[in-house]
Ligand binder design. Sequence first.
Ligand code: FES
Length: 273
Amino acid sequence: TTEPGDRAAPGSGPARTRVALDRRTLRTDRWWVPPLLTTLGLATFVVYATVRSFMREGYWDAENHYLTPFYSPCLSESCVPGSSHFGTPIGELPGFIPLAFLSLPFLLGFRLTCYYYRKAYYRSVWFAPPACGVAEPHARYTGETRLPLIVQNAHRYFFYAAVLITVINTYDAVLAFGGERGVGIGLGNIVLLVNVFFLWCYTLSCHSCRHVTGGRLKHFSKNPIRYRIWTQVSKLNVRHMQFAWITLGTLVLTDLYVWLVSTGTITDLRIVN
Ligand code: FES
C-alpha cells in the first residue's frame, strides 16, 4: 500500500497518491494567466457566435453577395432571398432555431472535440489540472472513458463534416465575386477569402486529417502519394493551435464585416468594379 506523500521508485511508474501539500501549489509565478486568457478568449467567441446565430439579420449583403459563415448553408424559407445558395428544401423555421442549424452542431462538435481545444478547456474551464504543478479540484479522474467525454472519440467523424462545410464556405466566397454589379472585387471578398484560407489550414491541420492521410500504413515507401500528403499535413499540424485561434478571429471579423456592410453601417471598399 502507499501512503500520502509516497513517491514511486525510479522506473516503477507514477506514484498512486499525491504529494501531501498544505496548499494547492508551490508555484509562485503567475500560472493562472494562460488559463484565464484562454477562458476569456473562448467565452468571447461563444457569446458572440451564439448571439449572432440567433439574430437573423445582417447575414446577407444582397448588393455584394456576401454571406456570413455563421448562416451557411442557409436552406430554409426563412432565409432572405439570395442567401440560399443551395435552394430552400426546408420550410419556415421558428425563431429559436438558427438558420444554419444543419452546419452549426457539426462545427461546434468539431471544435469541442478538437485535440487542441480539449487541452485548452480541460485546463482553463475544468481545471483538470489548470497548470503544471497545480492540483486539480476533482477527486477522481476517469479520462475520456465514459459519458460525456467518451464522445470525444467521435472527432474523426466531425472532421469529415467540417471538410464538407469548409467546401461550402469556399463556394460562398467564390460566389461573392459576382455581386449585383457583375464580377468585381471588394474588401469583403478579401475578408471572405482570408477566412476560408485559414479555415482550410485549421481543418487540414487536424490530427484526424493526419491520421486519415498517413495512418495505418505499414510502409510509407509503398504509398508515396499518401506519404507526400501526410508530410504536408504534418507541417500544417505543427501550427494547429495557432490556426485554432486565428480562425476564431477570422470567423468573428468576417461575420462582423458582413453584418456592418449589409446593414449599411459601413460601405464596402471596392477594389475592382
Ligand atoms: Fe483540432 Fe482535429 S480540429 S485536432
